[in-house]
Design a protein around this ligand. Structure first.
Ligand code: SF4
Length: 263
């Protein structure tokens, strides 16, 4: 792990009371036990990985088929979650993106691999000890995750990176099954508002009780368990080029996650 030279995030702590749930901010073994109970209650009506020809979103299926014809060497299918080589059993951190980029994950088949967004994400994960190796924007680069996993709120590439509300909803059962597969999960980093809302809706938390804001931390806890949701602007080229997200802003979110997981 490289030195953590960046200051801790000035996080906006936003405790969330999800309906009948109560607030808690504790960490440690009891925190992890409550987390396990929360995730074990999630509905899992489908497997965590969609089938290659998932038919649920007609517009995305048409887009997928078009690119299978145009670019037969590309992945052009739902992009599976990126897991540590040890499997899902020791994942404590889940990073949730929006959806595969057309020439990124949709081309290569690995989340955040092949376009700009992966450069900042994987550099940061390596620096904070959540990944090992060298990121070369290629699924064969040998990069591995450590205690972390990466997925997307929507598994198929949407035109212009904009899934519709119904497409986000259609993919939610796969996201729910993804969350439920991590028995030791403690933290989720949502990259952007759509990822943030997919997490909240999956956990049954009203959106108004945990508004999206870069740097916010939402402890969602109660009788069924606890989860910390960390918000960040998406690490897209657009956001970094416009200055909406700087490298330091992004690293501060992961500094906060790292600090909390170390307690
Ligand atoms: S976005 Fe999700 S639900 Fe829709 S077709 Fe792709 S895998 Fe299926």
């Amino acid at each position: 792990m490289l030195p953590r030279s960046q200051p801790a995030a000035q996080a906006l702590i936003s405790p969330v009371d999800a309906g009948p749930l109560t607030l808690a901010g504790a960490v440690g073994n009891s925190y992890r036990r409550r987390m396990t109970r929360l995730l074990s209650k999630l509905p899992t009506t489908c497997p965590p990985e969609p089938p290659r020809d998932c038919p649920q979103c007609p517009r995305l299926v048409a887009f997928r088929e078009k690119h299978r014809t145009l670019e037969p060497g590309w992945h052009n299918a739902p992009v599976p979650s990126f897991l540590p080589t040890s499997g899902p059993g020791d994942v404590r951190l889940l990073i949730v993106g929006l959806a595969p980029g057309l020439r990124g994950a949709n081309r290569t088949g690995r989340p955040f691999t092949g376009d700009y967004a992966g450069d900042l994400l994987y550099e940061t994960l390596i620096d904070f000890g959540f990944a090992r190796g060298t990121f070369r924007a290629d699924p064969q680069d040998g990069l591995t995750l450590t205690g972390a996993a990466i997925t997307n709120a929507v598994r198929c590439v949407p035109p212009e990176n904009k899934p519709t509300g119904d497409e986000i909803k259609q993919c939610r059962p796969f996201f729910s099954a993804t969350l439920a597969r991590f028995p030791t999960l403690e933290a989720v980093v949502a990259l952007g508002r759509i990822a943030h809302e997919q997490v909240l809706r999956t956990l049954g938390t009203p959106l108004a009780r945990a508004p999206f804001a870069h740097g916010a931390v939402h402890p969602i806890s109660g009788s069924r368990g606890t989860l910390r949701l960390y918000d960040s602007y998406h690490c897209s080229r657009y956001n970094t080029n416009t200055g909406r997200l700087t490298r330091d802003m992004f690293r501060s979110v992961f500094q906060q996650v790292s600090d909390d997981l170390a307690r």
